[in-house]
Design a protein around this ligand. Structure first.
Ligand code: NAD
Length: 275
């Protein structure tokens, strides 16, 4: 099985499907990430705030997988955006991960009330230039935030990682991203289990038609529109299931019927509320 790679606006590539570890218990992280690496995942999405970078690092070290085959993302938390704090934060994350560089470093939220996200982005550019992050990007940034950081630095983020699933497709952000060469990473790609996505008729029907599970159908829906996904699961069967999505394709009609499930509502926080 080959996981497709997408090319970022800085010329580097990213595996389109990865494994997310939000809410993976730090005590369980090494075992669960080892499970994911054994299943074939090579792209891991973590964050300083998840508290499990050390477990990710131990799993990477124990795997024996050559570093260049792995794609590791971590994120800068909101309370480390000011002054030179991002430099200390990346050093801490690298220490916990046991790495000398990450493949992608993200500003986790704009946290607009703090007024520090432009500074954070300026420091991210320095971190990239110092070789500690191959690529840099942001998460939860709306067009107004993206415009400000691009204007301040002339550097366009490689990705914007945003809440995106059939009920909430963030068209304003995805349009801005497409216009500026920013790739979208969908977080909560399965709706975080917060609404009955798998029971929706077009999802259930496509699952039956292709002999796949509803989760696999939703992951295909993401992949076929060119976004990056990293579903999270702690269950070995589901970890393997979520990777087994490259042997079928949704038809144009199936894809469109799932797109029509847009309801315009987040299941998680608004970027203005997380500071
Ligand atoms: P998700 O949509 O991936 O949902 C995860 C939940 O879906 C699991 O807890 C599990 O209950 C269920 N699930 C997973 N696979 C399944 C399957 N095959 N069948 C049935 N149920 C299944 O939500 P998420 O974990 O929040 O998002 C994925 C990743 O995105 C995270 O792990 C993290 O890396 C990232 N993320 C980023 C942010 C951010 O602010 N940048 C926020 C949330 C998540």
């Amino acid at each position: 099985m080959t996981i497709p790679a997408l090319t970022l606006n800085d010329g580097h590539t990213i595996p389109q499907l990865g494994f997310g570890v939000f809410k993976v218990d730090p005590a369980e992280t090494e075992r669960i990430v080892a499970e994911a690496l054994a299943a074939g995942y090579r792209h891991i999405d973590t964050a300083a705030i998840y508290g499990n970078e050390e477990g990710v690092g131990r799993a990477i070290a124990a795997s024996g997988i050559p570093r260049e085959e792995l794609f590791i993302t971590t994120k800068l938390w909101n309370d480390r955006q000011a002054g030179d704090a991002p430099h200390a934060a990346i050093d801490e994350s690298l220490g916990k991960l046991g790495l000398d560089r990450v493949d992608l470093y993200l500003v986790h939220w704009p946290a607009p009330r703090n007024g520090t996200y432009v500074n954070a982005w300026e420091r991210m550019v320095e971190i990239r230039d110092a070789g500690k992050a191959t690529s840099i990007g942001v998460s939860n940034h709306l067009p107004e935030h993206l415009e400000k950081i691009i204007a301040a630095t002339g550097v366009t983020p490689a990705v914007d990682q945003i809440e995106l699933h059939p009920a909430y497709q963030q068209r304003e952000v995805t349009r801005f991203a497409a216009d500026h060469g920013i790739l979208i990473e969908s977080w909560g790609p399965l709706g975080q289990g917060k609404y009955p996505l798998f029971d929706e008729a077009p999802v259930a029907a496509a699952a039956v038609a292709h002999g796949k599970t509803p989760a696999q159908v939703v992951l295909r829906w993401h992949l076929q529109q060119g976004v990056i996904v990293f579903p999270k699961s702690s269950t070995p069967e589901r970890i393997r299931e979520n990777l087994d999505v490259f042997d079928f394709a949704l038809t144009g009609d199936e894809q469109a019927a799932i797109t029509a499930l847009e309801r315009g509502g987040r299941v998680s926080a608004h970027p203005d509320e997380v500071n």
